[in-house]
Design a protein around this ligand. Structure first.
Ligand code: BEZ
Ligand code: FE
Length: 289
């Protein structure tokens, strides 16, 4: 059988190899992916050396990745793909809380906590009291919703990044459950802006592009409730020096919140705090399934 494929006809030949797939979505994804990949290579006249560099990059991303160091997630984030997917799949124009990417620092197996617990696990910092409410699009409370939350310390480090291993356990992350009124609340320490990890392959991209690697101060949330679509989101400090130029494009206006500074006094949960502290309060709206 003779074959005389050209730069133009090769694409269709590859696409045809997916014709026998019984999974139509799989077929659609790969036919389209091949089209765009080939068009990309043709458009930029990709050289063999350049593609070898790219493949080496992908291999190095895999090698550096661990359950707590997710370089491929980071690539998706810095290329804006994670936020593009959020925009494609979210409910534009509805009252549902906007989503914001998961990021590489969510960790399986985090501890559960009761409302009111201090989830800092002894990390030093300015106390932060978070109060939240989870409601449906009619404003009715969602009781029993699962609330994952995680954030950095006051130096901008997550527990998994704390090199001196101040803690051999998780810190500043927990799974809470909303009460009958849809409320959850916890104490922790106030996070700070921080750089995306730059010691891996993605750092090479950021340096080559002369890009800012900073993320404005934020707290992560991931909600699950029966009968509702899961929501992954973040709240950002409205007055952060890096607000509006998040390295991963997640700090949209609708998620900018007041991290209110207080002098010593009584915290929202009634605790007497003898040092300045911060409060963060937000209502999250979930979409029905
Ligand atoms: C984060 O928010 O944890 C994060 C997101 C993207 C890149 C790096 C960190
Ligand atoms: Fe984060």
């Amino acid at each position: 059988m003779s074959s005389n494929l050209t730069e133009e006809t090769l694409t269709a030949a590859v696409q045809q190899t997916f014709d026998d797939s019984t999974d139509q979505r799989f077929r659609q994804l790969f036919v389209c992916l091949v089209q765009h990949l080939h068009d990309f290579a043709r458009e930029v006249r990709l050289t063999g050396d350049e593609w070898f560099t790219a493949m080496d990059f992908i291999e190095r991303m895999g090698k550096i990745s661990t359950p707590t160091r997710q370089e491929v997630v980071l690539l998706s984030d810095i290329l804006g793909l994670s936020m593009l997917l959020d925009k494609i799949n979210q409910h534009a124009g509805s009252s549902v809380t906007d989503s914001a990417l998961l990021g590489p620092f969510y960790v399986e197996g985090r501890p559960t906590a009761a409302n009111g617990d201090d989830i800092s696990n002894g990390v030093a910092g300015t106390p932060m009291f978070v109060t939240g409410r989870v409601v449906d699009d009619q404003g009715s409370p969602i009781a029993g919703a699962k609330v994952d939350t995680w954030h950095s310390d006051g130096q901008g480090f997550y527990d998994v990044q704390q090199t001196e291993k101040l803690h051999d356990e998780f810190a500043m992350r927990a799974l809470l459950t909303t009460d009958d009124d849809g409320r959850f609340w916890y104490r922790s320490v106030t996070p700070r802006y921080y750089p995306t990890p730059t010691d891996g392959p993605c750092g090479e991209i950021m340096r080559a592009a002369n890009r800012s690697v900073m993320r404005p101060q934020h707290v992560h949330f991931w909600f699950h409730a029966e009968g509702y679509q899961p929501l992954i989101t973040q709240l950002f400090y409205r007055d952060d020096p890096y607000i509006g130029r998040d390295a991963v494009f997640a700090d949209q206006d609708s998620l900018q919140a007041d991290f209110v500074r207080h002098e010593s006094g009584i915290a929202p949960d009634g605790t007497a705090v003898e040092q300045p502290f911060v409060t963060l309060d937000w209502t999250f709206t979930l979409a029905a399934e």
